[in-house]
Design a protein around this ligand. Structure first.
Ligand code: ADP
Ligand code: MG
Ligand code: MG
Length: 207
């Protein structure tokens, strides 16, 4: 699926996309949160970008852990520790490999999701990033088991994540700042599910 060099390229592209969607993510958070999700993500990934040149001789596990650490240390909001933990767990799951295949990616994604659940004390259906990531993971796993084709699997994953983002409009937030709104959070799209979907789309278009 990818080697360390290509992974660095994907991380760069994720950062570029986040910077481009900064205002959009912030506007979504303005409606149901405190209006900083885009700012938080853009700041975190700017810090990640600064570290990209240090990554060039590193294995995949170390690169992902360094991404996670940069996010945890620069993003004050909930999304920093959550995405940070996700990347660190993904790195730990892959370990000191210089190439990863579809199975490695799925194992890393599963570990990332477990990390978010643990750190956020959250699960599917609470109007969070998990509502994009968990359906995406399930769809990707199913597709990859059936066809052993990562490109096909990530397309299914993106489709499921997009549906997940739509689904967040229909449910009440019970975690994070949006939960303060209770029923009034219905009708609005979750910013974190949106940023998670955006990252998967970048991976899809980078392969
Ligand atoms: P903050 O809410 O601290 O300002 P952000 O605005 O950057 O942080 O991130 C908000 C996003 O984080 C939400 O849209 C949601 O997807 C996600 N989130 C918040 N709390 C949790 C949690 N406990 N578990 C999973 N995701 C969460
Ligand atoms: Mg916020
Ligand atoms: Mg905040």
């Amino acid at each position: 699926m990818t080697d360390s060099k290509k992974l660095i390229d994907i991380i760069q592209k994720i950062s570029t996309q986040i910077q481009m969607d900064k205002d959009y993510l912030t506007e979504l958070d303005n409606v149901i949160g405190d209006g900083d999700h885009g700012i938080n993500m853009a700041r975190g990934f700017k810090e990640v970008e600064k570290k990209l040149s240090d990554f060039s001789n590193k294995d995949i596990g170390s690169i992902l852990k360094a991404v996670g650490m940069a996010l945890v240390s620069t993003v004050g909001g909930a999304s920093g520790p959550l995405y940070g933990t996700a990347f660190m767990r993904a790195g730990a799951a892959i370990g000191a490999k210089n190439e990863m295949d579809g199975n490695d990616f799925l194992n890393a994604m599963e570990a990332a999701i477990e990390g978010i659940k643990m750190r956020g004390k959250s699960h599917e259906g609470e109007k969070t990033m998990l509502d994009a990531l968990i359906p995406a993971y399930n769809a990707m796993k199913k597709s990859y088991e059936e066809n052993n084709d990562f490109k096909a699997a990530i397309s299914k994953g993106v489709e499921a994540a997009e549906k997940g983002v739509e689904y967040t409009k229909t449910i009440i937030a019970t975690k994070g700042r949006a939960s303060y709104l209770g029923e009034r959070s219905i009708g609005h799209q979750d910013p974190g599910a949106t940023s998670a979907c955006l990252m998967l789309k970048v991976i899809q278009s980078s392969l």
